[in-house]
Design a binder for this molecule. Structure first.
Ligand code: 5GP
Length: 184
């Protein structure tokens, strides 16, 4: 059972919904009259993306990228591989990256550098979660849902070994759930 490995619910469904609504309002106001492309980063941002886009009350285009992580959480090479690139051209358009978590910042740094080379009119980031304690690069989200302590979290699209994504809340995973597998 997935719930057996949940240590604590960090953000409830209603807390997330309220914050996402606020973020949608800010984004709608800031991008009024602009050609906005929301770029979701698969797969972790899937729930955040689909809720946020419905709270953005101005016309948008949507697109997705999938990137591989650079290895385990302790590795810091910063090497990120694009598994799925955008379908759309973003030159001259206002791009907002929609990300699940900014942790070390390496993934976001790579994504921003990569997308900036395509000459968008602007490039900003909205992240659901930020773990500032683990940052290795001075980078931040322009719009942020929640700043959280350094725990390994799952749910609301965010996985551990492809599990837990469908939980409607964000929870701290019991370390026993992944430490036992690391030893194998
Ligand atoms: P960064 O490059 O900032 O270190 O890593 C960002 C990515 O690492 C996130 O998009 C997410 O996929 C993954 N990540 C970071 N922290 C966590 C966490 O607590 N739980 C899970 N499941 N993934 C995380």
């Amino acid at each position: 059972m997935e719930m057996d490995s949940i240590q604590e619910i960090l953000l409830t469904e209603s807390q997330i919904a309220a914050r996402v609504q606020q973020l949608g309002k800010e984004i709608s106001r800031d991008y009024q009259g602009k050609d906005l492309v929301l770029v979701g980063i698969l797969k972790g941002a899937i729930c955040f993306f689909s809720d946020l886009m419905r709270q953005v009350k101005i016309p948008v285009n949507i697109d997705f990228m999938a990137v591989s992580s650079y290895g385990s959480a302790s590795q810091t090479s910063g090497v990120v591989k694009i598994l799925k690139d955008l379908d759309m051209a973003i030159e001259g358009r206002h791009v907002l990256i929609v990300e699940d978590i900014v942790d070390t910042g390496l993934t976001l740094n790579y994504l921003k550098t990569n997308l900036l080379s395509r000459n968008p009119a602007s490039l900003k980031v909205v992240a659901l979660l930020d773990k500032p304690d683990r940052r290795l690069i001075d980078i931040h989200a322009d719009y942020l849902g929640f700043s959280i302590p350094d725990h390994f979290v799952v749910g609301y699209g965010i996985d551990y070994a492809e599990q837990y994504r469908s939980l409607p809340f964000v929870a701290i995973l019991d370390p026993a759930a992944y430490q036992s597998e690391v030893k194998e």
